[in-house]
Design a protein around this ligand. Sequence first.
Ligand code: HEM
Length: 149
Amino acid sequence: MYEQWRAIHNLTRWLVLISAGAALFAVYRGFWQQRVFGVLERRLGLLFTIVYGVQIVLGLVLYGLSPYGIRALRVLMVVPERNTELAFFGAYHLLVMLVSFVPVQLGYSLAKRPNESRRKYIYAMAGYTLGTLGILVAIPWWRPWLRLF
Ligand code: HEM
């Protein structure tokens, strides 16, 4: 169960990155080309927010199953360490992934409000860029890029 869940969480990371890339591309292009902030821009933002949200839920379940999740946190409380995989997954990965969701959600929600397109783009660009940077920093790139079940 744990290994399968980890493989899914590994794979869905690419869906998060693809949806982030698509949303970013749409809002930066729309901003530079001075397009109207339309259905496509809004839907791609929604897709990114949903896929990211689902990945967080998958991650939280994995946090319960993995030796690097809640169990790591318990170990760290007894023996605090900073530069280990235990600390990375037990604390940093969880925190950065949760915190980075805030600008993405905010960018999407603010861009949905009635406003001029330029302002919508600015909210979306700022939110998605910040969130994606957080995701990129918190992905354990040294782990396998694809895990087969
Ligand atoms: C609150 C949100 C999240 C939690 C609680 C969480 C939790 C975890 C845990 C506990 C592991 C360690 C798995 C293990 O080796 O036992 C892990 C690995 C990983 N996480 Fe997350 N995660 C979250 C969000 C994300 C997001 C948003 C992404 C990417 C978009 C991501 C990408 C990964 C990757 C690539 C791995 C490595 C998996 C592997 O070694 O195959 N996680 N996560």
